[in-house]
Design a protein. Structure first.
Length: 116
């Protein structure tokens, strides 16, 4: 389970915008884990693999930036609660990465997670 969370956390770090604050990077990792030790491990492993560079307060991803996050997001209408902020939703956005589905998220949260 931890290995999958490690891989998923690294994938989330490489999506969307290339430069982010450390806080934004941790916000992406928190989609897969709330464990501070695993969060630290994900950051260290991503840096070791060359997926990110960090300087203490900022993180630069080596991943490609795609302006069209919609290809990675599935939209569903219904009653949902955002996994990130807890807001009630009538439209849920689900992120598809590595053949896994994450969510639901609101429109603002999915844009923040994906870096757009």
């Amino acid at each position: 389970m931890e290995d999958q969370a490690l891989e998923d956390g690294i994938v989330f770090l490489t999506q969307g915008k290339r430069e982010m604050t450390l806080s934004e990077a941790i916000g992406r990792i928190e989609i897969v884990t709330k464990d501070p030790q695993l969060t630290r491990k994900i950051l260290e492993e991503a840096e070791r693999r060359g997926a990110i560079e960090r300087d203490g307060v900022s993180v630069k991803s080596s991943g490609s930036v795609s302006g069209d996050y919609r290809s990675k997001v599935k939209i569903r209408v219904g009653e949902f609660t955002c996994c990130r902020c807890g807001s009630s939703l009538s439209t849920g956005y689900f992120i598809i990465l590595n053949d896994r589905e994450w969510g639901p998220f609101g429109s603002t949260c999915v844009k923040k997670i994906m870096g757009f």
